[in-house]
Every structure is written in C-alpha cells, then in structure tokens.
Design a protein around this ligand. Structure first.
Ligand code: ATP
Length: 252
C-alpha cells in the first residue's frame, strides 16, 4: 500500500435506529500513517460511527474497507484480529488487578491464552517483559505492581492506552482520550498519543479543540450524522458551516 493511501474507508455508511439516521451516508477516508479527528456537536453521530467501525453495531447500509478489505458486518473480535484496537470512553479496568496483570492479560488475549486465564496464570509470566515495555511507553513502569484502583484518573486512561497498544494495532481508535481530564493530564495525553502514533494510524473523537488542533492531521466534522466539513484543523475551524453548527448546538 502506498504512503498516504486510505487505510480505512467508508462508503455511504448509514446506521439507523428505528428509522432515525444517527450516521447518514458517511464517506470517510483515513490516510495511512495519519492522525484523524472526528468532531461534532453532541448527538452528531461520532460514537455511533465508532461503534459501527469496530463491529459493535452493524451498519444499516454502506461499506467499510480496511486495508482494501471489506470488513462490513464483521464481529468486534474479528476486527481486532485485523489490527484495529479501540480504547473506550468509559473505563474498563479491574481495580484489584495490578497494572502488569492488565497488560499480561491483554497480551495473552490475541494468542487465545486469555480465554484460559484462570488456569494459565503462571504462563502469563512470558508476557512480563513486553508488559513492562508497554507500561514504560505510557510512563507507568514504576507503578507496575500497584492495583489499577490506586491510580489517578489520568493514569487510568494512560493504562487503557497501553492495553489498546498490546494488540500492536495498525489502526488505533480512541474515544475521547482526554474526557474529564485536567489541563496537565490533557497535555500529557497529547504527547503520549503523538508518541504512540508513530508508525500507526489513529482516529480519535474529542470535544477538546486544543487536543484536536494539537494532534489531528485531518479533521472530519459531523453534524446530524452527516459529514459537514473536512480538512486541516485550521480549515475546519474557520469554516462558516462549522462555526454555525457549533454555535447552534449545546456541547461540553
Ligand atoms: N442505541 C440507540 N438507539 C436510538 N438512538 C440512538 C442510539 N444510540 C445513539 N442514538 C442517537 O443517535 C444520535 C447520535 O448519537 P451519538 O452518541 O453517536 O452522538 P455523539 O456525536 O457521539 O454525541 P456525544 O458527543 O454526545 O457523545 C443521537 O441523536 C442519539 O440519541
């Protein structure tokens, strides 16, 4: 695949809920090796689009192409196996498990060992070094033996990023990576996403325009399920249609 070719594409992608089009005729093209932001006022369809892209929801119509392959309608596990990882807006950690155990389990899952977790806990030790590498990448190596429940909020989100990285994904989807963070954690997360995006393609949703402006090569603005505008952050920021959409909607 040539550099800059689309790694992820959607064609006329539509998701209806009882006739209501939450995602409507979306043609998205995410170039390989880029960081691509999805923004839009509340209810624009960003989360629904993420859920469809990752197989958590089946589209009503349209096509999703990943690396030239039609992945429309595939299950989340199948999509994950193709190298697409997703971090969630809502935290999914186990408070009593240590950071290293979270990573060991995540690394074991793609091998199938995760299914036999309780029987094979000793065998998970083969994942100790790679777990430490991942924790190191997100600045949490010194907390490896601590229970996840003891982490501060920003550290929990960093741990979730490390878990998403355990798949060594080609495409990383981040759902509001800075939601609920204070400015220091936001800036640390921006730096972290930049660092882990090397050699990967990243699609993220975020309401924080500082984050979008700092990270995104391309920004797609959604409104009422449709693509309203697309371009660099500077281009969409000054687009009259985008300004009107944001002024006319409540957002956080
Ligand atoms: N399961 C569902 N059933 C019915 N309607 C839904 C469902 N999920 C989402 N919707 C509707 O689809 C529209 C898009 O919602 P979605 O959560 O995708 O927007 P969003 O852009 O992610 O918003 P936010 O920024 O608030 O997270 C909204 O009007 C929402 O009420």
């Amino acid at each position: 695949m040539s550099p800059g070719a689309p790694l992820l594409e959607t064609r006329s992608l539509t998701k209806e809920f009882r006739g209501f089009k939450a995602v409507s005729d979306v043609n998205l093209s995410v170039a390989e090796g880029t960081i691509h932001a999805l923004v839009g006022p509340n209810g624009a369809g960003k989360t629904t689009l993420f859920n469809v892209l990752t197989g958590f929801l089946a589209p009503t119509s349209g096509t999703i192409l990943y690396d030239g392959q039609d992945i429309t309608g595939k299950a989340p596990e199948q999509i994950a196996h193709l190298g697409i990882a997703r971090s969630f807006q809502i935290t999914s950690l186990f408070d009593h498990m240590t950071l290293r155990e979270h990573l060991e389990l995540a690394l074991a899952s793609p091998t199938g060992m995760g299914m036999q977790f309780w029987r094979s806990i000793k065998r998970l030790s083969v994942f100790r070094d790679p777990s430490m590498d991942l924790l190191d990448q997100v600045g949490l190596a010194d907390r490896a033996g601590a229970p996840a429940g003891s982490l501060a909020y920003g550290q929990k989100r960093a741990l979730e990023l490390a878990i998403a990285m355990a798949l060594d994904p080609k495409l990383l989807l981040l759902d509001e990576p800075t939601a609920g963070m204070g400015i220091e954690d936001v800036d640390r997360t921006i730096a972290l996403v930049k660092q882990i995006s090397a050699g990967r393609t990243v699609v993220f949703v975020d309401h924080n325009m500082h984050v979008v402006g700092s990270l995104a090569d391309t920004v797609t603005v959604l409104q009422s399920g449709q693509v309203l505008a697309e371009g660099t952050y500077e281009q969409v920021r000054t687009d009259e249609r985008v300004i009107t959409a944001y002024l006319g909607a409540s957002h956080d």
